[in-house]
Design a protein around this ligand. Sequence first.
Ligand SMILES: [Zn+2]
Length: 153
Amino acid sequence: MINTELTFKDDSGGLLVIMPSAVNRLLDYRQIDSSSTEAAGVLIGERRGVHLVIHEISEPGKGDIRSRCFVDRRGEHHQAAIDEAFVRSSGKLQYLGEWHTHPEDRPSPSPKDLGTWRRHLVAQEQMALVIIGCCQIWAGKKIGNDIFPLLKI
Ligand SMILES: [Zn+2]
């Protein structure tokens, strides 16, 4: 268990903050066990100006397709989690991006990840991208069609 948030920064000072409760949920899915499968979900939080603050995540469940090096979050519960958080928070908490795991220590996006994000993560506003490795977390942002890594601070 950790009790501090994780903070990442882009080149212009925009922050991505992941609150401790969400960090702990994400770390639970690290593929440390050799038989563990990839996990994926959505990031839910608030926009504060140019900053993104992740408060909650959706987690693997029924309908998701998972294997050692592949995941497709098909389950309907992911959208339900977004809708539920939006209503509960009177619109403060919203869909901010995607997370998934990789069975590697220091993860980075695969060509397939980049292609999927470019095709399916279409938004007017900046979106957050997170990959949970065994030792490290990769975080990035998508702005328009550009995807770039963030620096952990
Ligand atoms: Zn990936």
